[in-house]
Write a protein that binds this ligand. Structure first.
Ligand code: ZN
Length: 195
């Protein structure tokens, strides 16, 4: 049975992955809350459960099992691995090369015509997923669907493939020059580099 949004958020709450404070998002906007997937994914049983649920959602969306799951490093690696386990697929990841471009390294290969899904932990603008999709299409692969544990875009992010998330949030954000938390003098935290 797929988890409801409440159940996913309750899991974040229970494991300490639902952070409150003053956060700098990768979009440059500020926010009073942040879901830190790594905190939840540190527990293999939770990672496995989320991976199984996301695999099911991706197979419903794409209409098939695929032989490979591709994730952007670092945030997508653990959940991509668990989705691949549930699908019986292999799990590979992209990372930045010396020029800063997203690439498959470490001997990872994808065949022309191979079907793939792209998995990451959180979609905010969809930028990382789009970059992975571009790498795969350039290699001749067919991207069937993309998925994430959390969608912070309220469903708005477009990645150029059908997309699904286990929980969709409409996150409260502020532009830096109109941020009440800045005005209160709360220290700004860049999630991922702390905790
Ligand atoms: Zn602020």
């Amino acid at each position: 049975m797929p988890a409801t949004r409440e159940t996913i958020l309750e899991l974040f709450e229970r494991t300490g992955g639902y952070l409150r404070g003053h956060f700098l998002l990768s979009s440059g906007l500020h926010s009073p809350e942040y879901l830190q997937c790594a905190v939840v994914l540190q527990y293999p049983e939770h990672a496995a459960r989320l991976g199984a649920e996301l695999a099911e959602a991706l197979m419903r969306l794409g209409g098939r099992r695929v032989p490979v799951v591709v994730s952007p490093a670092l945030g997508g690696i653990v959940i991509g691995h668990e989705v691949a386990r549930a699908m019986g697929a292999r799990a590979i990841f992209t990372e930045r090369d010396a020029s800063g471009a997203m690439a498959l390294r470490r001997g990872f290969r994808i065949e022309a015509g191979e079907q793939a899904v792209v998995v990451e932990d959180v979609v905010t603008t969809g930028g990382s997923t789009r970059e992975v999709i571009e790498v795969l299409r350039a290699a001749g692969a067919q991207v069937v669907a993309a998925g994430s544990i959390i969608d912070r875009s309220a469903g708005r992010a477009e990645v150029g493939a059908p997309r699904v998330a286990l929980a969709t949030l409409d996150v409260l954000t502020y532009p830096p020059d109109h941020c009440p938390l800045c005005r209160q003098g709360l220290p700004l935290v860049k999630p991922g580099s702390r905790r």
